[in-house]
Design a protein around this ligand. Sequence first.
Ligand code: GAF
Length: 419
Amino acid sequence: MTPANRAATAFEQLHGRAPSGVWSAPGRVNLIGEHTDYNDGFVLPFALPHRTAVAAAPRADGVLTVSTLDQDGQARQAEPVRIAELAPGQVAGWAAYPAGVAWALREQGVTGGADLVIAGDVPAGAGLSSSHALECAVALALLGLAGRQPDGVDGRNAHGANPDGDDTGTARTPDGSSNGSGSTTRQDIARWVQRSENDFVGAPTGLLDQTASLCCVEAHVLFLDVRSGEIDQVLFDATKQQLEVLVIDTRASHSHSDGGYGARRRGCEQAADLLGVPALRDIELAGLDAALAQLPEELRPLVRHVVTENDRVLQVVQLLRDGRLTEIGPLLTASHRSLRDDYRVSSVELDVAVEAALANGALGARMTGGGFGGSAIALVSSADRDAVQEATIAAFEQHGFGTPRMFTAVPSAGAGRDR
Ligand code: GAF
């Protein structure tokens, strides 16, 4: 059963009525462009087929109830909350994510109570953005109950086609900012979800994950310029080249509410201040050495990572547009080394996964997402996939780590209404 069907069925069992609708949102893999989003830079994610679904119906009493199904189909219900009384710090644990979205949407005039039932298959704690899939699905559900469907492409209907029908590699979508007519765009929702995450949940994350979950389309990677909000959907047809993106979930879990992520972010902001620029995005590769010379020793590696990573994203986008997917591998690997050595957000498990993949024929490999655990990706030829998987399992065993979970990730549809 799909997450949407599971959520709908459980809703009927728990609430004795049918839901008014079901909405779902995917997790993501970031192909490249890590820790660049909060520096106003470039990212290149794609949506996973794994989704979180929310079955929802309105309540007249202003109360939000949230139930979630675990792997065995058992429902857990969070303490019901009154939406009008929600405040940061009031809800802890997993329930803070849906409550935070309700809190952020309250400022947008979405104040009605609701019953929500959640079911999903995005691996949790794997750095594949399960929390954003949950938040984006909740946002669409609460907005949907309020009669506010977002403008623009629904991930499931778009299939990445260029509006002109000429799918030569790039499809352009509008920047997604408010259009002045009071309608809601997917990028508006991404910003509201970011606010809930930053100010309610307390994780100082950027815009990568929400935008990926809401705006990705099948068969494409989403090239986002975070500063301008401009999005290009770039064709990513690995299968045609007998290639696969193998996700290696190390099962070493991670969290971005701990200090490491915030400390990197503050370091970048401090460096931008010292360099007199609004964000590290404004430092070009050609000016990197001059910029580094102006900075204290401890900030230099952070800046070097961000500036070189932005440049790698642009190079990968150009190669994909030119139909040279097979050549992006070294850029992925360079990204990993930069995250490991300069940004210092990798982990031993991620490094072992990357090196095992590379030693067994992967064209490139890197950690994906915020790091400190979570998942790596490896670009492998289909012929080498089994060997890479076996070698990775063997390397994990040798290091005494648990068995990693692996699957091939296919660029899939963004968030939308299921029924
Ligand atoms: C996490 C954050 F949520 C993103 O905003 C982004 O900064 C990413 O880490 C690193 O690229 O997923």
